[in-house]
Design a protein around this ligand. Structure first.
Ligand code: XIL
Length: 360
């Protein structure tokens, strides 16, 4: 066989095996159309955010992180913070009393490090996605305190120095402003919140510790209660550094941005940092150009509010592509709440975020 023929043969074999290689490596045929390429995108969100010293992040799902090259590409290109959407939920990371499973979170850390991104730990203390051994354990107060301390410190110590921001207590306040009725409140008492932060700080004194809450962005009984809680913690000398505002919103439930700004300002005045931690904007029903524009406006206004605040250091979205969103299980429809469509093409909301970042 001459060199020409041999080359032809090699090329044929290569072409034949390429799709097979793809399917084996990534577990699926890539999405079509292929994600918008950087040329078409121009400057990225991440580049713009970095210039303004702002963290821009997304909640990340382990499935597509392992299997979808478009997902990986857009995530690394547009964001500088990774938040585990479910990998750090109690039932996932601590499925038995004496057993921690770090594999998923390690995968996310590796991805983050490989792409010069940060990993945000979320959440340590919450009342949902708890394992049966914990819920049905009938533990005494002492036992429950041991369990919670060990849970918090084991996770933080493993990622010490690798994760600067931690959601320590998640969703601790009820709609009426009382402490939310949780396994921790019932079993330990109201001091579970202070204790969680003290234990977290002990495990990593350099980490910024957050109290993260939903539907407490505007001025309300609930956000007043969050304010009073964290103000009290500061007075007692409890190590808390910030408040996370989840910002799960929708066209049917638009944020009153002037109120959000006031709320952020009063928290900042306490010396606390604020971050937008789980933003999405659901569209119920038909999704047309009008709805997409309204959605974009909400994203843009939120970004502007954060940039104008004294200390709002991150805008983190609860996912980034409409292909993967928790809305599907939450409201029974996709809701198209994010800034890239199902094919990873940028939506008007993406442009709106950029415009605000580009504004002087
Ligand atoms: C959600 C996930 O997105 C879902 O996949 C999971 O089934 C339930 O939890 N507030 C939070 C997040 O702090 O951790 C939640 O994430 C959404 C609401």
């Amino acid at each position: 066989m001459g060199p020409m023929k041999a080359g032809f043969f090699v090329a044929l074999v290569f072409l034949f095996f390429l799709p097979i290689f793809f399917i084996f490596t990534f577990g699926q045929v890539p999405d079509t159309p292929v994600a918008a390429q950087p040329e078409a995108i121009g400057v990225t969100l991440r580049q713009l955010a970095q210039k303004r010293n702002l963290q821009i992040g997304a909640a990340v799902n382990i499935g597509p992180l392992l299997n979808n090259p478009n997902y990986q590409q857009v995530l690394a290109r547009e964001f500088n913070v990774v938040v585990p959407e479910n990998a750090m939920k109690f039932e996932t990371i601590h499925p038995q009393r004496d057993r921690f499973l770090f594999q998923e979170l390690d995968t996310m850390l590796n991805f983050a490090e490989a792409n010069q991104m940060e990993l945000r730990l979320h959440p340590l203390v919450w009342d949902e996605q708890l394992p049966a051994w914990l819920v049905r354990g009938n533990f005494s107060r002492e036992e429950l305190m041991d369990i919670l301390k060990e849970h918090i410190q084991t996770i933080i110590k493993r990622y010490r120095g690798k994760s600067r921001y931690i959601d320590v207590v998640n969703e601790g306040i009820a709609r009426d402003g009382s402490l939310r009725d949780t396994i921790w409140l019932r079993g330990i008492g109201p001091e579970y919140i202070d204790l969680s932060f003290i234990w977290a700080h002990e495990a990593d004194p350099a980490a910024k510790l957050f109290f993260n809450e939903f539907s407490a962005e505007e001025l309300s009984i609930k956000s007043d209660a969050v304010y009073d809680l964290v103000a009290g913690m500061l007075k007692r000398g409890v190590p808390i550094h910030g408040v996370g505002m989840q910002m799960h919103k929708g066209l049917h439930n638009k944020p009153k941005m002037a109120e959000v700004a006031k709320n952020v300002a009063r928290l900042n005045q306490l010396g606390l940092e604020v971050q937008i931690t789980e933003m999405d904007v659901a569209i119920k029903g038909a999704v047309g150009e009008t709805q997409l524009q309204e959605q974009a406006q909400i994203y843009g206004e939120t970004m502007r509010m954060c940039l104008e605040a004294a200390k709002c250091s991150a805008v983190i979205l609860w996912g980034f592509s409409d292909r993967y969103t928790w809305m599907t299980s939450l409201i029974g429809e996709g809701g198209s709440p994010l800034i890239f469509d199902e094919f990873f093409r940028p939506k008007p909301a993406y442009q709106a975020l950029k415009e605000e970042l580009l504004r002087n």
